[in-house]
Design a protein around this ligand. Structure first.
Ligand SMILES: Cc1cc2nc3c(=O)[nH]c(=O)nc-3n(C[C@H](O)[C@H](O)[C@H](O)COP(=O)(O)OP(=O)(O)OC[C@H]3O[C@@H](n4cnc5c(N)ncnc54)[C@H](O)[C@@H]3O)c2cc1C
Length: 317
């Protein structure tokens, strides 16, 4: 039977919703036991949060001062040590998981299955290839330890209400001295995290400047949305690269996605195909984004976006 270890993603004392999605994916493996490992500094509130996820049998609290800031180089040897009795080691297919899990696979000498979007059995999985234009089924030989990343856009989050037991684990693994935390510069401030936000507004090349992106931030703040961007907007330097949505950016699945001044290139659409409702604002009625949009507004964004904001503000009164 499968024993699944999930590496929790968390920041600022909060559990990232990606972890609950990994728990759901582990549930579909038919696991006999699902365990969440929380690598954090001593005194973190995150193990107690992970213990509330339905389906989780145990939470391993791996406390170490070096775990205050998640560094893949520091976490990987600890994960590899804790993973020893497990058949599967899962992490989310987020920036965190994509950085960490290949190192874990290398240390364990295990194969990695990346971006699992569906589970057929404990050893057979579906994953997207060619920018999501094809889906491949991969099978790992039975009896092989599997390291995998879970495409969080493809799974619902596990419910709350669980009461898993929390066990404290002290890692013995020697931690590398070549990599250490110096400082963190995070974009976005108080805005929701792009990969787990329920609402996302993205701007494209049409914004034409960093300054004009303030229109997008302002609208996003009115509705509590995260902000993303097309690669053209990132390449032009209007916004930082961690805001890029798409094949080579973030794959997201919000309830509401608003694409503003974005043409809808296939590489962008790959990142949003699991979004529930897509709204597009574009002055070109032939723009490909309208082929996938549920609601389309044809017109100049510099007129439409301020009007939309006014209507939202008026609606609140
Ligand atoms: C290997 C590879 C990977 C890639 N990965 C990604 C990726 O991850 N994410 C991604 O986004 N792209 C990616 N791309 C790039 C992608 O092919 C497109 O070039 C890019 O998405 C275009 O960005 P855009 O829609 O902002 O710009 P454009 O294609 O230039 O579109 C701008 C749109 O704005 C509209 N517009 C202009 N002015 C206004 C106005 N005033 N009001 C309203 N609408 C207006 C135009 O009609 C047009 O439709 C990748 C490409 C390659 C080759």
């Amino acid at each position: 039977m499968s024993k699944v270890l999930i590496v929790a993603e968390h920041a600022d004392g909060r559990l990232n919703a990606a972890t609950a999605k990994c728990v759901k994916a582990a549930g579909s493996l038919g696991a006999s036991e699902i365990v969440v490992a929380v690598f954090a500094a001593p005194g973190s509130p995150v193990p107690a949060l992970a213990a509330q996820l339905a389906g989780v049998a145990r939470v391993l609290e791996v406390s170490h001062a070096a775990n205050e800031h998640p560094l893949a180089a520091t976490l990987a040897p600890q994960v590899a040590e804790v993973a020893e009795p497990f058949t599967h080691v899962l992490g989310p297919s987020t920036t965190f998981g994509k950085d960490l899990m290949p190192r874990v696979a290398a240390l364990l000498g295990a194969p990695q299955v990346s971006d699992i979007m569906a589970v057929e059995s404990a050893t057979r999985f579906k994953r997207p290839i060619y920018a999501g234009n094809a889906i491949t089924t991969v099978e790992v030989a039975a009896g092989t330890k599997i390291v995998a990343t879970i495409r969080i856009a493809s799974f619902e989050a596990a419910a709350g209400g669980g009461a898993a037991q929390i066990e404290s684990v002290t890692p013995k693994a020697a931690l590398p001295a070549h990599t250490r935390f110096v400082s963190l510069e995070a974009a976005g401030g108080d805005r929701p995290d792009l990969q787990s936000a329920a609402k996302v507004i993205s701007g494209g090349r049409a914004l034409a400047s960093t300054d004009a992106f303030k229109l997008i931030y302002s609208l996003a703040d009115k509705i509590g949305a995260a902000v993303g961007a097309s690669r053209a907007a990132v390449d032009a330097g209007y916004v930082p690269s961690d805001m890029q949505v798409g094949q080579t950016g973030k794959i997201i699945a919000p309830e509401l996605y608003i694409a503003i001044g974005i043409s809808g290139a296939i590489q962008h659409l790959t990142g949003i195909k699991d979004a529930r409702t897509i709204v597009a604002i574009n002055k070109d009625p032939e723009a490909p984004i309208f082929e996938v949009a549920d609601i389309g507004l044809v017109g100049d964004l510099f007129t439409i976006v301020p009007e939309l904001e006014k209507l939202i503000a008026a609606g609140r009164k």
